[in-house]
Structures are given as C-alpha cells and as structure tokens.
Design a protein around this ligand. Structure first.
Ligand SMILES: *Cc1c(COP(=O)(O)O)cnc(C)c1O
Length: 400
C-alpha cells in the first residue's frame, strides 16, 4: 500500500520512493503524525504569533539546552537571520536598513572548505543579510591561526557548517574554531541542518545553532534557531526587516513544536532496527551479482544512521553506477537513490525515509535493472560528462 497515493495521482505526480535521504527536491521528509495532526488543528485558529514563538522558544530551549529559540522558514533562512542578528543586535532601525550594512560590523568568516552548496550556496545565505564573506584557509586546509588572522574589528560572526558536503579533512576542529572566535569576541553560528544531536553544539559553546525542521525531525518545512537569548531575540526581530520574506506560518511553528516533542519520545532503537532490516534485505538481494559490491556504511557526520554503499564495476555489471541510478529513477514507480558521488562509481541506498514494505520494491527494482543490464545486447555505459550536461539542460527547461 502506498500511503496517500491518491493525492499524488490527483496532482499528476509519480509515486516516488525515496532512498536518497532527506532531500528538499523530494519534499524533505515524511512528516510525523503528531506534526500532521497539529498542523491540521492550528490552521483554522487565530494564534498570537509572538506567543506561539514563545512556546517554540521554550521547547527549543528544553531540547537543545540553549537559552532561547525561534522558528523561521528554513535552515537557510536561519543562516541569513542569525548573521543579520550578529550585525544589528536589537537595533530596529538597523534591522530596517539591511541589507544596507553601513556602520555595522559586516564581515563573516567561514572556512573555505565549508563554503558548500546544500542546493544553494552557504555563502549566499550569508550575503543576503548584507554581510561580506571572508573565506578562511584553502578548501582542504584551514588552521586556527588563519581564522584568528581573518578576524578584524569589522567581523560580525564566524559560521561553521556541519555536513557531508563540507571538505572532510584539513578543517579546523569545532572546539578550536569556537575558542579562536570567542577569544576575539566573535559569536559562532553553527549550521547543523541535518544533525541528529540537538545538544552537542550548544554544549560545545556555539552562540547559535541552526537545524532544519523538515529533515530528521520530520516536521513541516521550517528552520530552528537556538542559542543565546540576545542573538535569538535579534534573529526574531529580523521579521520586521529582511526576515519578512522568510516568514513562517502558524502551521510551521506549531507543527515543528510537535515534531520536536515527538523527537523526545521517538523509538530510536526501533527505527534503527527497521532500517537495519531494509539494509540486510538489500545486501541479500545483491549478493553474488557480478560487478556489484554492497557494504553497510556509517553516516559521515556520525548521525546514528547507516546506508548501503553500492559500488558498480561497469565491466562486470554491464552498467555504470549513474546509468543504474538513472534507470531506477525512471518509469512510473521511480526509486531515487543517493547518487551525489556517482562519478566515483558508487551510490547509496538510504533507508531512513521508507514507508512500510517499500524496501522490498527497492530490492526488486535494483535487481531487475541489473538483470536487464546483464541481458542487454550492449553494456549500458553512457558518458558521465554528457549526463552532467543533460541534467543542467533539464534544469533550465522547467516548467517544460
Ligand atoms: C539542508 C541544509 C541546509 C538548508 O536547510 P533548509 O532548511 O532546507 O533551508 C543548510 N545547511 C546544510 C548543511 C544542510 O544540509
């Protein structure tokens, strides 16, 4: 059974199965039932929004250990608002002047290896506040002395990104990053959009930590800002300025409060066991297939989550990793795999966004596509460069 499949058919959408992770491009996550009920209940009611945000602040404080918190449209919006907060403080006139930063501290330091894209550039989210980005170090090499040297009397904040997208070696350890920034009186903003641990970054001394409400938490599309009361207040006050275009509705705020409360009571062990069952099923389905190596791989940023990495040897499998990913994503029951490293000849299956029994469809589908490749008159081997061009061209074709 495909839950709510009727809505997708009604909207002319293919019933995709997501084994790629919490992807914005697929609707982020399966919203937890508690959040769905709360969203439905609040939509027809008047709510005093500043009180609703106060309730959110208390919930965020309880779960993160921070002094305060607020909700915005997305984690991306959170980056912009937290940077703006570090620039303006609670100065309402300055808040209305942004992105004109005349007279304000307007430099933001960030390691070059953290200047990644989560679908849009991190550094653009910083610049949206009117700030100038000051890269620290080189992509694969950054040191505390470089951070120290990049900080001036114009530095408003230091941004630290936690993600599988950032360069995974040669970066400044978080503790050293925070110590160096704090020694110069510069607040640290941590983008932890996809991290399960709600407490560690505040405990480590971050002044602001940002999470996506719609990723692992399974809330509606929102961003969570947690941190010191002064900076959270200044972030919230940006709603009278640049934050207005990043407005979050009552349904988002109430829904993510419910998702946070559900997170406190989530059966993490039970969910992991279910994910493990899917991984084991896929390992079994792929065992003994020529050119296919499957191994269970831990999450690169230490979230309590494993994925199946599938390496494809195109000679023996008669198909490349990216052609297999594309084949699975085609048809009227698309299976979307985690293929952002496909040029290296592998992709992942992520079990954390499956509806019950979908893991069996995934297993059938990958085995079926491998069988087709084995029986095809010629190997299915297309150029990765051409695929990249095709994907770009497709992007520019929307809405056609
Ligand atoms: C997903 C992500 C974002 C953006 O989060 P949204 O809530 O979708 O705006 C920002 N930073 C990182 C590291 C992310 O993974």
């Amino acid at each position: 059974m495909i839950p709510n499949d009727d809505i997708r058919a009604r909207l002319g959408l293919r019933p995709a199965i997501n084994v790629s992770g919490t992807m914005t491009s697929l609707g982020a996550s399966i919203v937890v039932p508690q959040a769905i009920e709360t969203v439905a209940a609040v939509l027809s009611q008047w709510t005093e929004m500043s009180d609703l945000q106060r309730t959110a602040s208390r919930t965020i404080a309880r779960l993160t250990g921070a002094e305060a918190g607020c909700i915005t449209a997305s984690c991306s919006a959170g980056i912009t608002l937290a940077v703006a907060a570090a620039m303006t403080g609670a100065d309402l006139a300055a808040i209305e002047r942004l992105p004109d930063a005349t007279g304000l501290k307007d430099e933001v330091v960030i390691q070059a290896g953290h200047m990644v894209s989560y679908g849009a550039p991190v550094e653009q989210a910083i610049r949206l506040a009117g700030a100038k980005v000051v890269p620290v170090g080189q992509a694969t090499s950054a040191h505390a002395y470089q951070l120290d040297g990049a900080i001036t009397e114009k530095t408003a904040a230091a941004v630290y990104v936690v993600s599988h997208h950032v360069v995974e070696y040669g970066q400044i350890p978080l503790a050293n990053f925070i110590a160096t920034a704090h020694a110069k009186g510069v607040p640290v903003i941590v983008d932890a959009a996809s991290e399960y641990d709600l407490r560690m970054f505040i405990a480590a001394g971050a002044d602001i930590v940002l999470y996506s409400g719609h990723k692992f938490l399974g809330g509606p599309t929102t961003g969570i800002i947690a941190g010191s009361k002064a900076l959270v207040r200044a972030s919230y006050l940006q709603n009278r300025g640049i934050g207005r275009g990043m407005k979050v509705g009552k349904e988002g705020i109430a829904g993510v409060i419910a998702a946070l409360e559900a997170w406190e009571n989530r059966d993490h062990a039970g969910i992991r066991a279910r994910e493990r069952k899917a991984l084991d099923l896929w390992v079994k389905a792929l065992a003994g297939r020529p050119g296919v190596t499957a191994r269970i791989t831990p999450d690169p940023t230490n979230n309590p989550l494993d994925r199946l990495r599938i390496d494809i040897d195109p000679e023996a499998a008669r198909i490349t990793a990216w052609d297999l990913a594309d084949a699975m994503a085609s048809g009227d029951r698309p299976v979307i795999v985690r293929d952002h490293e496909a040029e290296h000849g592998y992709f992942f299956l992520d079990p954390c966004n499956l509806h019950p029994d979908e893991e069996a469809i995934v297993a059938e589908r990958i085995a079926g596509e491998l069988d087709k490749a084995a029986d095809a008159p010629r190997p299915i081997v297309t150029s990765f460069a051409e695929r990249a061009m095709r994907l770009e061209a497709g992007l520019l074709n929307w809405p056609d």
